[in-house]
Design a protein around this ligand. Structure first.
Ligand SMILES: [Fe+2]
Ligand SMILES: [Fe+2]
Length: 281
């Protein structure tokens, strides 16, 4: 099998978990939702702020966060010869752009938090990190240090295929009158989808060009499924367990929507897969 076929199979196999995240957003934000209230909103927003600041294991090894990303780029800039080392300049630009996107996501949810509560802000570190989120971070660190395929799986798992945010837009963006915090949540979700399209495109390109063997692609596939599965658990805990155990088990067994979800929402990934590898932007 060639890289493109292997990449499609990998995306299709994890997509059922991303579709699950979509379903969580639809259920949580449905007007008929009986779990949603101010406390529940505060819980998920604070956890999201933590995720945007620390990256849940995506930004790098333990200890990496938006601040250390900026520091890393600044250190690179100080040490490089900016007139001749073009690759290093390029890398610094990419790191700073990435950090800025994630910082914007943090700011957006921080703004939402301020709109829904008068409670004094707590440090991000204490800001509602949930047990399933800590388990996700741990899993990503383990897989990253295991092998190249593990590291690429961690990178491709960024945003879990964006399922949750597509769900937010679908649930809140249907023209119904919305409260001010809901408008802000919708704006944040749309901004994240725009930014993550480029993050995800970049991550897919990196896997396609890595020159992996089929065995490594198998490992990437399995690792990405494991991360996506844990990410769904995290999302479910973050949003008041709106999916019951029976639904989670059905997703695990592949009895729910999967590849068709990916085809519908991740068109930008499939477009990339139509381009000859040597011409990939
Ligand atoms: Fe983000
Ligand atoms: Fe991201």
């Amino acid at each position: 099998m060639d890289e493109v076929t292997l990449a499609k199979r990998t995306i299709d196999n994890s997509a059922r978990y991303w579709a699950g995240e979509y379903e969580i957003a639809c259920r949580y934000f449905a007007p008929s939702s009986d779990v949603r209230n101010e406390q529940a909103d505060l819980l998920w927003v604070r956890h999201q702020m933590h995720k945007e600041w620390h990256g849940s294991g995506v930004y790098g090894p333990p200890g990496e966060n938006v601040v250390t990303l900026v520091e890393r780029a600044a250190k690179e800039l100080r040490e490089m010869d900016e007139l001749t080392e073009h690759d290093r300049v390029e890398e610094a630009v990419e790191t700073l752009e990435f950090a800025m996107d994630e910082l914007k996501h943090f700011r957006d949810f921080s703004r939402v938090r301020q709109m829904i509560t008068t409670e004094a802000a707590q440090p991000v570190e204490e800001g509602g990190l949930l047990s399933e989120g800590a388990a996700l971070t741990e899993l990503r660190h383990t897989l990253r240090s295991r092998s190249r395929a593990g590291r690429l799986a961690v990178q491709m798992s960024e945003s879990g295929g964006l399922g949750f945010f597509f769900g937010v837009v679908s649930a809140l963006g249907n023209g119904q009158p919305r409260s001010e915090p809901e408008k802000e949540i919708l704006r944040a979700a749309q901004g994240i989808i725009d930014d993550e399209r480029s993050h995800l495109g970049f991550n897919l390109r990196r896997s396609l060009l890595a020159g992996m063997s089929e065995k490594e692609w198998d490992e990437l596939d399995e690792s990405l499924q494991a991360i996506s599965r844990q990410k769904l658990q995290e999302r479910n805990q973050q949003l008041c367990h709106v999916l019951d155990d029976a639904t989670l088990q059905a997703i695990d067994r592949g009895e729910t929507e999967g590849a068709d979800f990916a085809r519908r929402y991740l068109d930008f990934w499939y477009e990339k897969l139509e381009i000859p590898l040597e011409l990939l932007p």
